[in-house]
Write a protein that binds this ligand. Structure first.
Ligand code: FPP
Length: 238
């Protein structure tokens, strides 16, 4: 793979957008776009493993996505379960560890069961950590973080004077992972759409007009190479 390893992001986050438009362009039902999107997920996970990216977070289902037509929501949940059921052996073979963030208890019981099964079965893997954001909303995460912090204060585990950026980060869903270095969004939209609001403060953004089902390993490498050319300044003069 051509991207040189020294400037490979440790953590890539992706807003996988454009499945619906991909299907519409072909006169297909929206779910066919999501199915094609699941194939792109497979290829992207493989690519990240080969590039030695450590963490990949995918925005698979937002807290707002529950408002989509019921048939689409059900189809997406089924697709998630099918993907996890069928791909778990491949995740194990490729040494990928699955994790999930979001209000996971909002998911149907069968999706939660399959999710936890795959998480358990891949827990010992030491390669790429694949994090699925499910029923995830950045603002909800911050609210949940505040509640968790208040609970810790009430229990006397911490004092309010101890609250700082690092401490608050430890109360978010993402507490075990570093912040994303690179955020990719497909289908050309220039929005964050309530994804990882806190964690993307200094994340480099890469927006491509390609629709998610058309996003290939080559596109991933192009994004990583562009990242390698960026100079990150974190608000200071270098
Ligand atoms: C956005 O496209 C995509 C989603 C809301 C769902 C993402 C799901 C997948 C890529 C497939 C399943 C995922 C896994 C992890 C197996 P959109 O429907 O908003 O597209 P549009 O903006 O063109 O309508």
């Amino acid at each position: 793979m051509p991207a040189s390893s020294k400037n490979v992001p440790r953590h890539i986050a992706i807003i996988m957008d454009g499945n619906g438009r991909w299907a519409k362009g072909r006169g297909l039902p929206r779910i066919k776009g999501h199915e094609a999107g699941a194939q792109a997920v497979r290829e992207c996970v493989e690519g990240c493993g080969e590039l030695k990216v450590e963490y990949l977070t995918l925005y698979a289902f937002s807290a707002e996505n529950w408002q989509r037509p019921k048939t689409e929501v059900i189809a997406l949940m089924r697709l998630l379960e099918k993907f996890l059921r069928e791909k778990t052996p491949e995740l194990i073979e490729k040494n990928v560890r699955l994790q999930a963030i979001g209000r996971l208890t909002d998911l149907p019981a069968s999706s939660q069961q399959q999710l936890h099964k795959t998480i358990e079965q891949t827990a010992g893997n030491t390669g790429l950590t694949l994090i699925l954001a499910l029923s995830y909303g950045g603002r909800l995460e911050i609210i949940d973080g505040i509640k968790s912090l208040l609970r810790a204060i009430e229990l006397g585990h911490i004092d309010r004077a101890m609250i700082d950026v690092e401490m608050f980060s430890k109360h978010l869903y993402t507490r075990y992972y570093p912040d994303p270095d690179l955020l990719i969004r497909t289908s050309g939209e220039m929005r964050l759409s309530n994804f990882l609001l806190w964690q993307t403060s200094y994340t480099e953004m890469y927006i491509t007009p390609k629709l998610w089902p058309d996003f290939t390993k080559k596109d991933l490498v192009a994004a990583v190479e562009e990242f390698g050319r960026r100079q990150r300044r974190y608000g200071v003069v270098l």
